[in-house]
Ligand binder design. Structure first.
Ligand SMILES: Cc1cc2nc3c(=O)[nH]c(=O)nc-3n(C[C@H](O)[C@H](O)[C@H](O)COP(=O)(O)O)c2cc1C
Length: 302
Protein backbone atom coordinates (compact mmCIF):
# COMPACT_ATOMS: atom_id res chain seq x y z
CA UNK A 1 0.00 0.00 0.00
CA UNK A 2 1.44 3.39 -1.04
CA UNK A 3 0.54 6.39 1.08
CA UNK A 4 -0.11 9.83 -0.38
CA UNK A 5 -0.73 13.08 1.48
CA UNK A 6 -2.50 16.01 -0.19
CA UNK A 7 -1.80 19.41 1.38
CA UNK A 8 -4.01 22.18 0.00
CA UNK A 9 -5.66 25.54 0.53
CA UNK A 10 -8.63 26.60 -1.55
CA UNK A 11 -11.39 29.15 -1.14
CA UNK A 12 -14.02 28.43 -3.79
CA UNK A 13 -13.15 24.74 -3.84
CA UNK A 14 -11.90 24.69 -7.44
CA UNK A 15 -8.43 23.55 -6.42
CA UNK A 16 -9.85 20.62 -4.41
CA UNK A 17 -11.95 19.68 -7.46
CA UNK A 18 -8.76 19.58 -9.53
CA UNK A 19 -6.98 17.43 -6.96
CA UNK A 20 -10.01 15.10 -6.71
CA UNK A 21 -10.04 14.61 -10.48
CA UNK A 22 -6.33 13.84 -10.60
CA UNK A 23 -6.24 11.40 -7.67
CA UNK A 24 -9.47 9.67 -8.73
CA UNK A 25 -7.72 6.63 -10.28
CA UNK A 26 -5.60 6.26 -7.12
CA UNK A 27 -8.65 6.62 -4.84
CA UNK A 28 -10.33 3.83 -6.80
CA UNK A 29 -7.45 1.43 -6.29
CA UNK A 30 -6.79 -0.60 -3.13
CA UNK A 31 -3.07 -0.06 -3.65
CA UNK A 32 -3.17 3.59 -2.54
CA UNK A 33 -4.22 5.40 0.60
CA UNK A 34 -4.82 9.12 0.28
CA UNK A 35 -4.94 11.46 3.26
CA UNK A 36 -5.92 15.11 3.08
CA UNK A 37 -4.60 18.06 5.00
CA UNK A 38 -6.52 21.29 4.52
CA UNK A 39 -4.53 24.35 5.55
CA UNK A 40 -6.60 26.35 8.03
CA UNK A 41 -5.41 29.83 8.99
CA UNK A 42 -6.37 30.90 12.53
CA UNK A 43 -7.88 34.01 10.98
CA UNK A 44 -8.83 33.03 7.46
CA UNK A 45 -9.05 35.31 4.44
CA UNK A 46 -12.58 36.19 3.35
CA UNK A 47 -14.39 34.60 0.44
CA UNK A 48 -15.98 36.40 -1.26
CA UNK A 49 -13.49 39.21 -0.84
CA UNK A 50 -14.25 42.89 -0.45
CA UNK A 51 -12.31 45.07 -2.85
CA UNK A 52 -10.28 46.56 0.02
CA UNK A 53 -9.36 43.20 1.56
CA UNK A 54 -8.36 41.83 -1.83
CA UNK A 55 -5.81 44.55 -2.64
CA UNK A 56 -4.66 44.78 0.99
CA UNK A 57 -3.08 41.33 0.78
CA UNK A 58 -0.84 42.30 -2.17
CA UNK A 59 2.24 43.48 -0.16
CA UNK A 60 2.24 40.44 2.17
CA UNK A 61 1.78 38.03 -0.77
CA UNK A 62 4.67 39.65 -2.64
CA UNK A 63 6.96 39.81 0.41
CA UNK A 64 6.22 36.20 1.40
CA UNK A 65 4.86 37.16 4.83
CA UNK A 66 3.29 34.45 6.97
CA UNK A 67 0.15 34.17 9.10
CA UNK A 68 -0.59 31.78 12.01
CA UNK A 69 -2.07 28.43 10.95
CA UNK A 70 -4.19 26.21 13.23
CA UNK A 71 -1.99 23.71 15.09
CA UNK A 72 -1.23 20.55 13.13
CA UNK A 73 0.89 17.43 13.30
CA UNK A 74 2.92 16.61 10.27
CA UNK A 75 4.20 13.09 10.44
CA UNK A 76 3.72 9.75 8.77
CA UNK A 77 5.70 7.83 6.27
CA UNK A 78 4.28 9.09 2.99
CA UNK A 79 5.47 7.84 -0.40
CA UNK A 80 4.25 10.97 -2.15
CA UNK A 81 3.09 14.42 -1.11
CA UNK A 82 0.84 16.54 -3.31
CA UNK A 83 1.06 20.28 -2.66
CA UNK A 84 -1.89 22.09 -4.23
CA UNK A 85 -1.82 25.86 -4.28
CA UNK A 86 -3.19 29.05 -5.79
CA UNK A 87 -1.22 32.09 -6.90
CA UNK A 88 -1.89 35.45 -5.21
CA UNK A 89 -0.42 38.57 -6.81
CA UNK A 90 2.10 36.50 -8.76
CA UNK A 91 3.27 34.77 -5.59
CA UNK A 92 2.24 31.80 -3.48
CA UNK A 93 -1.00 32.32 -1.57
CA UNK A 94 -0.28 33.52 1.97
CA UNK A 95 -1.82 30.47 3.76
CA UNK A 96 0.12 28.06 1.56
CA UNK A 97 3.42 29.91 1.97
CA UNK A 98 2.80 30.16 5.72
CA UNK A 99 2.52 26.42 6.21
CA UNK A 100 5.68 25.85 4.18
CA UNK A 101 7.60 28.06 6.59
CA UNK A 102 6.66 25.92 9.59
CA UNK A 103 9.68 23.99 10.88
CA UNK A 104 7.59 20.78 11.16
CA UNK A 105 6.59 21.07 7.53
CA UNK A 106 10.17 21.66 6.38
CA UNK A 107 11.32 18.61 8.31
CA UNK A 108 8.41 16.54 6.95
CA UNK A 109 9.06 17.49 3.32
CA UNK A 110 12.79 16.81 3.45
CA UNK A 111 13.67 14.14 0.82
CA UNK A 112 9.98 13.44 0.16
CA UNK A 113 8.69 13.04 -3.38
CA UNK A 114 6.44 16.02 -4.13
CA UNK A 115 4.03 16.86 -6.95
CA UNK A 116 2.70 20.41 -7.18
CA UNK A 117 -0.77 21.16 -8.55
CA UNK A 118 -1.80 24.72 -9.36
CA UNK A 119 -5.29 26.04 -10.04
CA UNK A 120 -4.85 29.64 -11.10
CA UNK A 121 -6.07 32.39 -13.42
CA UNK A 122 -3.15 32.30 -15.84
CA UNK A 123 0.11 33.53 -14.27
CA UNK A 124 2.16 31.14 -12.16
CA UNK A 125 5.84 31.15 -13.21
CA UNK A 126 6.96 33.82 -10.73
CA UNK A 127 5.32 31.98 -7.81
CA UNK A 128 6.74 28.63 -8.84
CA UNK A 129 10.24 30.16 -9.01
CA UNK A 130 9.95 31.02 -5.33
CA UNK A 131 8.73 27.51 -4.55
CA UNK A 132 11.55 25.86 -6.50
CA UNK A 133 14.08 27.87 -4.48
CA UNK A 134 12.35 26.60 -1.33
CA UNK A 135 12.50 23.01 -2.59
CA UNK A 136 16.23 23.34 -3.27
CA UNK A 137 16.90 24.88 0.10
CA UNK A 138 14.90 22.23 1.98
CA UNK A 139 15.99 19.21 -0.07
CA UNK A 140 12.55 18.38 -1.40
CA UNK A 141 12.39 15.86 -4.23
CA UNK A 142 10.07 17.64 -6.68
CA UNK A 143 8.94 15.06 -9.25
CA UNK A 144 6.01 16.73 -11.01
CA UNK A 145 4.13 19.94 -11.64
CA UNK A 146 0.63 20.31 -13.06
CA UNK A 147 -0.87 23.70 -13.87
CA UNK A 148 -4.49 24.37 -14.80
CA UNK A 149 -5.68 27.84 -15.64
CA UNK A 150 -8.63 29.81 -16.95
CA UNK A 151 -8.55 29.30 -20.74
CA UNK A 152 -10.12 32.64 -21.70
CA UNK A 153 -8.26 35.66 -23.13
CA UNK A 154 -6.38 37.63 -20.48
CA UNK A 155 -8.74 40.62 -20.44
CA UNK A 156 -11.81 38.40 -20.14
CA UNK A 157 -10.37 36.36 -17.29
CA UNK A 158 -9.29 39.50 -15.41
CA UNK A 159 -12.89 40.66 -15.43
CA UNK A 160 -14.35 37.29 -14.51
CA UNK A 161 -11.80 36.51 -11.78
CA UNK A 162 -12.22 39.88 -10.07
CA UNK A 163 -15.99 39.50 -10.12
CA UNK A 164 -15.76 35.84 -9.07
CA UNK A 165 -13.54 36.71 -6.11
CA UNK A 166 -15.76 39.55 -4.96
CA UNK A 167 -19.12 37.77 -5.43
CA UNK A 168 -18.19 34.11 -4.99
CA UNK A 169 -20.11 33.28 -8.20
CA UNK A 170 -18.70 30.88 -10.77
CA UNK A 171 -20.33 32.73 -13.69
CA UNK A 172 -20.16 36.23 -12.28
CA UNK A 173 -20.80 38.23 -15.47
CA UNK A 174 -23.82 37.39 -17.62
CA UNK A 175 -22.30 37.84 -21.06
CA UNK A 176 -18.90 36.40 -20.28
CA UNK A 177 -17.82 32.77 -19.78
CA UNK A 178 -17.60 31.37 -16.23
CA UNK A 179 -14.33 31.87 -14.35
CA UNK A 180 -12.02 28.92 -13.91
CA UNK A 181 -10.56 25.79 -15.40
CA UNK A 182 -12.48 24.50 -18.45
CA UNK A 183 -14.78 21.46 -18.36
CA UNK A 184 -12.53 19.89 -20.97
CA UNK A 185 -9.51 20.17 -18.64
CA UNK A 186 -11.54 18.83 -15.71
CA UNK A 187 -12.47 15.76 -17.79
CA UNK A 188 -8.77 15.10 -18.56
CA UNK A 189 -7.65 15.14 -14.93
CA UNK A 190 -7.79 11.36 -14.22
CA UNK A 191 -5.29 10.75 -17.03
CA UNK A 192 -2.67 12.49 -14.88
CA UNK A 193 -3.54 10.22 -11.95
CA UNK A 194 -2.91 7.25 -14.21
CA UNK A 195 0.53 8.65 -15.05
CA UNK A 196 1.23 8.90 -11.31
CA UNK A 197 0.22 5.24 -10.91
CA UNK A 198 2.59 4.33 -13.77
CA UNK A 199 5.38 6.22 -12.01
CA UNK A 200 4.71 4.26 -8.80
CA UNK A 201 4.66 0.95 -10.65
CA UNK A 202 7.68 1.52 -12.88
CA UNK A 203 9.61 3.81 -10.54
CA UNK A 204 9.77 6.28 -13.43
CA UNK A 205 9.59 9.45 -11.40
CA UNK A 206 12.40 11.11 -13.32
CA UNK A 207 10.35 11.12 -16.55
CA UNK A 208 6.98 11.96 -15.01
CA UNK A 209 7.21 15.68 -15.74
CA UNK A 210 7.95 15.00 -19.42
CA UNK A 211 4.77 12.94 -19.56
CA UNK A 212 2.75 15.64 -17.80
CA UNK A 213 3.99 18.18 -20.34
CA UNK A 214 3.42 15.85 -23.33
CA UNK A 215 -0.17 15.40 -22.12
CA UNK A 216 -0.74 19.16 -21.83
CA UNK A 217 -0.67 19.18 -18.05
CA UNK A 218 1.14 22.52 -17.78
CA UNK A 219 -0.70 25.63 -19.02
CA UNK A 220 1.94 28.06 -20.24
CA UNK A 221 2.01 30.96 -22.68
CA UNK A 222 4.97 33.02 -23.85
CA UNK A 223 3.39 36.44 -23.67
CA UNK A 224 1.83 35.81 -20.22
CA UNK A 225 5.12 34.47 -18.88
CA UNK A 226 7.07 37.49 -20.18
CA UNK A 227 4.48 39.87 -18.75
CA UNK A 228 4.37 38.29 -15.31
CA UNK A 229 8.15 38.09 -14.91
CA UNK A 230 8.37 41.83 -15.58
CA UNK A 231 5.33 42.57 -13.39
CA UNK A 232 6.76 40.44 -10.55
CA UNK A 233 9.70 42.84 -10.25
CA UNK A 234 7.44 45.91 -10.37
CA UNK A 235 5.10 44.44 -7.70
CA UNK A 236 8.11 44.37 -5.35
CA UNK A 237 8.41 48.15 -5.64
CA UNK A 238 4.69 48.55 -4.98
CA UNK A 239 4.76 46.29 -1.94
CA UNK A 240 7.63 48.29 -0.35
CA UNK A 241 5.76 51.52 -1.16
CA UNK A 242 2.59 50.28 0.61
CA UNK A 243 4.42 48.65 3.53
CA UNK A 244 5.90 52.03 4.48
CA UNK A 245 2.36 52.87 5.66
CA UNK A 246 2.04 49.88 7.99
CA UNK A 247 1.02 46.28 8.37
CA UNK A 248 -1.90 44.42 6.77
CA UNK A 249 -5.24 45.98 7.63
CA UNK A 250 -3.74 49.35 8.61
CA UNK A 251 -6.12 52.06 7.26
CA UNK A 252 -3.07 54.25 6.53
CA UNK A 253 -2.31 51.96 3.56
CA UNK A 254 -5.61 52.65 1.85
CA UNK A 255 -4.48 55.59 -0.31
CA UNK A 256 -1.40 53.80 -1.66
CA UNK A 257 -3.37 50.63 -2.30
CA UNK A 258 -5.94 52.61 -4.31
CA UNK A 259 -3.13 54.01 -6.46
CA UNK A 260 -1.82 50.45 -6.93
CA UNK A 261 -5.31 49.26 -7.93
CA UNK A 262 -5.56 51.99 -10.61
CA UNK A 263 -2.03 51.23 -11.78
CA UNK A 264 -2.81 47.51 -12.06
CA UNK A 265 -6.05 48.02 -13.98
CA UNK A 266 -4.38 50.58 -16.26
CA UNK A 267 -1.53 48.15 -16.92
CA UNK A 268 -3.91 45.29 -17.67
CA UNK A 269 -6.42 47.13 -19.84
CA UNK A 270 -4.29 49.76 -21.61
CA UNK A 271 -0.70 48.51 -21.70
CA UNK A 272 -0.95 44.72 -21.77
CA UNK A 273 -2.92 44.47 -25.06
CA UNK A 274 0.01 46.21 -26.85
CA UNK A 275 2.77 44.40 -24.98
CA UNK A 276 1.02 41.06 -25.57
CA UNK A 277 0.92 41.78 -29.28
CA UNK A 278 4.65 42.54 -29.28
CA UNK A 279 5.41 39.38 -27.27
CA UNK A 280 3.30 37.32 -29.68
CA UNK A 281 5.28 38.69 -32.63
CA UNK A 282 8.56 37.95 -30.81
CA UNK A 283 7.29 34.45 -30.09
CA UNK A 284 6.63 33.79 -33.76
CA UNK A 285 9.79 35.48 -35.10
CA UNK A 286 12.09 33.62 -32.71
CA UNK A 287 9.95 30.48 -32.68
CA UNK A 288 12.60 27.76 -32.17
CA UNK A 289 14.21 29.72 -29.32
CA UNK A 290 10.99 30.86 -27.63
CA UNK A 291 9.42 27.40 -27.89
CA UNK A 292 12.49 25.82 -26.32
CA UNK A 293 12.51 28.37 -23.52
CA UNK A 294 8.80 27.75 -22.75
CA UNK A 295 9.37 24.00 -22.71
CA UNK A 296 12.27 24.49 -20.31
CA UNK A 297 10.00 26.41 -17.91
CA UNK A 298 7.25 23.78 -18.22
CA UNK A 299 9.69 20.97 -17.45
CA UNK A 300 11.53 22.75 -14.67
CA UNK A 301 11.46 20.99 -11.31
CA UNK A 302 14.53 22.39 -9.53
C1 LIG B 1 -5.69 37.72 -3.57
C2 LIG B 1 -5.67 36.93 -4.86
C3 LIG B 1 -4.72 37.22 -5.82
C4 LIG B 1 -4.65 36.45 -7.00
N1 LIG B 1 -3.62 36.67 -7.89
C5 LIG B 1 -3.47 35.83 -8.94
C6 LIG B 1 -2.32 35.91 -9.79
O1 LIG B 1 -1.42 36.72 -9.60
N2 LIG B 1 -2.22 35.05 -10.85
C7 LIG B 1 -3.20 34.12 -11.11
O2 LIG B 1 -3.05 33.38 -12.09
N3 LIG B 1 -4.27 33.99 -10.31
C8 LIG B 1 -4.43 34.81 -9.24
N4 LIG B 1 -5.53 34.68 -8.40
C9 LIG B 1 -6.52 33.63 -8.69
C10 LIG B 1 -6.21 32.38 -7.88
O3 LIG B 1 -4.97 31.84 -8.27
C11 LIG B 1 -7.31 31.32 -8.00
O4 LIG B 1 -7.58 31.02 -9.32
C12 LIG B 1 -8.57 31.78 -7.36
O5 LIG B 1 -8.29 32.36 -6.12
C13 LIG B 1 -9.55 30.64 -7.14
O6 LIG B 1 -8.95 29.67 -6.31
P1 LIG B 1 -9.82 28.56 -5.54
O7 LIG B 1 -10.89 28.21 -6.51
O8 LIG B 1 -8.91 27.43 -5.28
O9 LIG B 1 -10.35 29.18 -4.31
C14 LIG B 1 -5.61 35.44 -7.23
C15 LIG B 1 -6.60 35.21 -6.26
C16 LIG B 1 -6.62 35.91 -5.09
C17 LIG B 1 -7.67 35.58 -4.06
Amino acid sequence: MKKILVVYYTQSGQLKELVDGIVNPLENSDDYQIDYFKIEPIKDFPFPWSNTEFYDCMPESVEGSTIPIKPFNMDGDYDLVILAYQVWFLNLSIPFWSILQDAKMKEFLKNKKVITILGIRNMWVNAQKRLLAYFNENEVNHVGNLVFSDPNPNLVSVLTVLKHLTTGKKKPIKFLPPYGVSKNDISRLPSFGKLIIDAFKGDTWTTLQNQFVDNKGVAIDFSLRTTELAAGRIFKLWSSFVLKKGEAGNPARKGRLKIYEFYLLFLIFFISPFSSLIFKIVYILLYPITKKSLLKTALQLH
